[in-house]
Design a protein around this ligand. Sequence first.
Ligand code: HEM
Length: 407
Amino acid sequence: MTDAPQYDLYSPTFKAHAYQTYAQMREQAPVCQHAGLNGENKLWFITRYADCEAVLRDHKRFVKSYENTLTPEARAQLAPASKIERLLGQHLLNMDGTDHTRLRGLINKAFTAQMVNRMQDRVQALADELLDQVEAQGAMDLLNEYAFPLPIIVIAQMLGVPAADREHFRRWSNAFVEPAHNADEWAQQVSLLTGFIDYLGRIFAERRQNPQDDLITALLQAEEAGDKLNEDELYSMVVLLIVAGHETTVNLIGNGTLALLRNPEQLARLKSQPDLMPAAIEEFLRYDGPVERATIRFAKEDVEIGGQLIRRGEPVSVVLASADRDSLSFTQPEQLDTARDNNRHLAFGFGVHYCIGAPLARMEGRIALNTLLRRLPNLRLAVPVEALTWRENPILRGLQGIPVAWG
Ligand code: HEM
């Protein structure tokens, strides 16, 4: 693989022009091995839609837990995980096979379309309350004051953790998803994450005394029943739900609003035809979705994809953002089309790890954007678009802030 083309995949410039780079990769080297974030470990990047779908579909040969690629002897040699790794790492996105099915079964019910429909009125009231607080100001940071609080308050209420603690969740959640660049940053992250675990320990103790009608109580009861989930899995599940509730829908609202403000004819169409909103949400997810790359998978055996041999144990990154701009799968993929039909985007993933929160995220996105356009019809960017900067995270795609004004 020495002569494979090399791409800039981690700089702030790359983030600003990611789709151009991915177009080159699809054309020149659709399955290519490239340095990971640390510059050392190589990672396979899969950039064409058909190959991305094939990897996500093939959960038997592309597994989430590295351990599952090892022989029993090699596994026995592994150093035991630290306490924090155990308490944070035993979640759905690190699990395969029956363990994954068992854990997913525990929370499935909470996220069905039916459950989500029941929450619509509450989410609508919340969107209105958030805008009531800022309307008279004539300007706000859309991410901080609207797109961020809405989904985190919703998931906090579902779980049964105080929404008032959301600034803590934000810092903890950041520590969970942001890559550490050096030992100091790593030490700081461990300290924050230990704070997160201690906090959850206190909530769990309180909820064991006073069960409520919430997801944490349901999970605690499953843990106490014995064979359904253990303590590590309990902590990891709640952390994953808080992080997923935090780091994704915020950017559906943010990236979606930005796409509309940059495409005024689409904005005008959506305002005059609000019934298009469900299709528009799918298009925002495809056009500039919150999850740029799926979480890492590992080849369980040697597998050929797109003419390249991926060897057992090698890590693979499925680039969802690239798949969703593939002209072999979408007509005029570079165009934002809020009425696009047959929009089979991969923004929520595909296969057994398909996003469990998709119905919730769609409902939140629809209500948040409808309410925003209805209540602030003169919404516009308050800074030139070039002044916006993307967060550095390689997996997630979202801006640092979106200053907007109206009136
Ligand atoms: C627009 C918002 C969202 C997007 C774009 C999104 C995207 C994704 C993607 C791409 C995956 C699969 C990752 C992979 O296969 O590597 C995933 C999985 C997951 N998502 Fe979401 N997500 C969103 C919102 C949410 C919300 C609101 C929740 C719940 C609070 C949630 C919970 C989860 C969970 C638990 C998984 C793991 C499922 C499994 O492994 O079986 N997501 N999400």
